[in-house]
Design a protein around this ligand. Sequence first.
Ligand code: S3P
Length: 430
Amino acid sequence: MSVEQNQTDVRSLSGTITVPGDKSISHRAVMFGSIAKGTTTIRGFLMGEDCLSTIRCFRQLGVRIEHVGDEIIVHGKGIDGLKEPSEVLDVGNSGTTIRLMLGILSGLSFYQTVIGDESIAKRPMKRVTKPLRSMGATIDGRDEANLTPLSVRGGNLTGITHTSPVASAQVKSSILLAGLQAKGVTTVLEPHRSRDHTERMLQAFGVNLLITETGVSIEGGQSLQGGGVVNVPGDISSAAFPLVATAIVPNSEVKIQNVGINPTRAGILDVLKKMGAQLTVSNEREQSGEPVADLTIQYKKLNATTIDGELIPRLIDEIPVLAVLATQAEGKTVIKDAEELKYKETNRIDTVVDQLVKMGADITSTNDGMVINGPTPLYAATVDSFGDHRIGMAFAIANLIAEGETTILRKEAVAVSYPNFFDMLKDLSR
Ligand code: S3P
């Protein structure tokens, strides 16, 4: 489907905004509330398509989940309260839903089939199904349980120590959620620390974890205590778009209130500072066990940088829009150690590079990232999001500084994580 982008000429951006709730935290609040005993109230929940898929799946598993005003109320009856679904569980476009849910389902003795959309059908699930099978779950699917549809019959799990070759919070969380239901201790080790929302929220639900520099351990047989409130902060991955837009559109200044700045997610702030951005972090506080702040940024000419190593998992979802930023920075920006980009909603190395080349950027792909020389002027083109929300939004930001009118195909994909994205841009535009 093709949709024209009607972004009139933008001279500057200014204003104070909030961004939608954090996607990772919203998913976990519904899932953990569903397997806890007691009622969990979620405020600031992201009403994006991905998180709505999580609600739909857990309703199918027998959990009463209400939407009252601005709140989501989850009536958990404990993990044993989940019921065998009569229909297949459809996760839509959501990798977090499928991977974390597989960890929960692996401990349950009933039968389930899990599917998703055409992007999910291409994404590797073996990274979770292999360790989950080694814990004792019966999981089958195409390519040795690597690709959907997947069928699961769980139960009788035994704890394992899993050394993940990639820093992935989805893998870590999936195995920990199975470990919660396994005999003995389950440990997940990672090459770098991935986002730690699962650890923070499990602890808030009363679960004991052992957290070290290299990994996390959980003892099986613990139960989650509901009854609390989860206040979801604004998603830094969504804030990334107005942050970059403000940094590259001359004479701009924008304040974004109530953004989650968990250090395992806040790599973009480090990169912006390293590139010389005029960025202020203020009003730092804690909310439901997560650090939160207000971010103020002004336009300023930036310098190129290198993004690699432990920084990558701390900003993996922001790389498409950081590539747009790098086209406007002085010098050569190198993004490496980011092969994981190939396994996201699209192959984000290919989609970013191919589409930015169409707009005139000096960008080339490498095996594990991309190299961008800047600054270069960008020109209007017809670009395709390929149904990937973050690609659609990154190109809407590129369009702000491009000469002419860019057409973004399948731009409606933004609803996966930022339903009012285009309204936000319009509101900030002067
Ligand atoms: C997520 C983890 C990351 C991230 C994704 C959300 C999560 O994926 O890219 O958007 O909520 O745990 P990986 O765990 O595959 O790195």
